[in-house]
Design a protein around this ligand. Sequence first.
Ligand code: NDP
Length: 451
Amino acid sequence: MTNFDYDLFVIGAGSGGLAASKQAAAFGAKVAIAEGDLVGGTCVIRGCVPKKLMVYASHFLHLSQEAAGYGWDIPEGEFNWDKLRDAIQAEVSRLNKLHISFLEKTNVELISGFAKFVDAHTVAVGDRLFTAERILIAVGGEASKPNLAGLEYAITSKEMFLLPKFPQRFAVVGGGYIGTEFAGIMRGLGADVTQIIRDRHILRGFDEDVRTNVQAGMINHGINFYTCIDSDSFTITKHDHALAVNFNDANGNKQTLEFDAVLAATGRKPNLAPLSLERAGIEVVNNAIAVTEDSCTNQPHIYAIGDCTDRVNLTPVAIAEGRAFADTIYGHTPRLISHTNIPSAVFSQPEAASVGLSEAKARALYGDRVKVYKTKFRPMYYAIAGGEAKTMMKLIVIGDEERVLGLHMVGKDAAEIIQGMSLVVTMGGCKKDLDNTMAMHPTAAEEFVTM
Ligand code: NDP
């Protein structure tokens, strides 16, 4: 027995905090979780979940056009933004309530309000003070905007889900996951979309073939690109009925374009400001909470997981870190999670997914010992549906045994396929293991075992 109010106080009821709190409580710990916003966090409330629903919504226009090739005469319907937005918010609200009921069922006490440190064992939520033997910080991140003139007029991904009116002329600044996904969504929903990036290609960090193939597919879907822009010249000015975006393009020519809305998808940063971390003496490095492999901060009883530690900022990683923490501390089964070979998907149009090393990283590490298998083809679906969509698959192997270092795909169902295929990389499998796997025909995924 301790003299603290709780064994564990979790700050932030997003994916990581929820997973950790429920697991710790299941092991018998007395747990409270504080949340200042809706329970569910970025992923459920204003991230992965509503985004994926918007991705689904954005497919129907294409499907109805492609249906003609298959003999269906489907009239081009009208898109109703208000209806989609409200339906998504209703689902978000259902999930929010579901997560609250999960907390109740597992005896985790929910404390509504933003928590901040008072000292290393005490947090304040409003004017209430709570003490805990251990504290877990799982506050996630928030959109960050560079200091460019007029960028305050741009919205972030957070506002995308609540737009009062559908922006017919839509610009995206940034070429990361968020910008690329929303460019595809808005184009699919019928907007005129322009994506403005400072590099030559979107999705920096992904394999070059992924970057170029996704971008080519997006251009094919009618998205306008401005690449290699001079980002220092970028400004937004507000006019009566439009936002004017001004920048110098790749040729140094001054561009002024008008939009109904501009999305700044220029990165995210840990959400640390409200926490008063200094009062608990918690070390912050590069604006993120510094943690060891087991998610412990420099204070041995304070842990941090998820985006606020800026390791690999993905929902499943935060959940895995949270569960490993609870298993280690309260389940007495110490374990670490691996932060390598984490598969990730971009729900762009075309979709992309990767696991393991890109070709460039593999060659930088292992030079000539790296071999690449690659294929690009038109999926059977489009043979009748028409269109130029292509699927690209790439396998990166090393040495005589051809151990698989990386798998990359652009095209229909890439995320579903790479999720399954990622097992090969995790298990240290070789190309011969793929060769020995019988193909399922006709599928796109069979190309990975017949290359
Ligand atoms: P990213 O860091 O992925 O991309 C930021 C983009 O903004 C880059 O293209 C970058 O350009 C550009 N940028 C940054 N600063 C400037 C500037 N001053 N001027 C012009 N461009 C600039 O951030 P996102 O916001 O897209 O995503 C944030 C996080 O959310 C990611 O870490 C990701 O893990 C997560 N996420 C994951 C998803 C998934 O798994 N499907 C979906 C959505 C989000 P450059 O490339 O030139 O540096």
